[in-house]
Design a protein. Structure first.
Length: 80
């Protein structure tokens, strides 16, 4: 979970420094994949009773918000 959560902003930062929007977009897609991975790991954590359902919902909303922001950024890169 730590790796996935660190991977999200790390890939955004690495992609931002690329000179081509196609490369940047690819790094943003990797970040989206890490969001999905983290979301899945949280669900498993809840199923194994490591976290409560309430905590899962709270964290899942945070991940959903990050995912929406990434999709919005990807769409802006595509249209430019």
């Amino acid at each position: 979970m730590r790796r996935a959560s660190v991977s999200i902003p790390s890939n955004i930062a690495e992609g931002f420094l690329r000179h081509y929007s196609k490369e940047y977009k690819q790094f943003l897609y990797v970040s989206l994949g890490s969001c999905a991975e983290l979301d899945t790991q949280l669900i498993i954590s809840c199923m194994r009773k490591y976290i409560t359902k309430e905590k899962l919902e709270e964290l899942a909303e945070d991940i959903n918000h990050e995912t929406r922001m990434l999709v919005s950024l990807i769409n802006k890169i595509i249209t430019n």
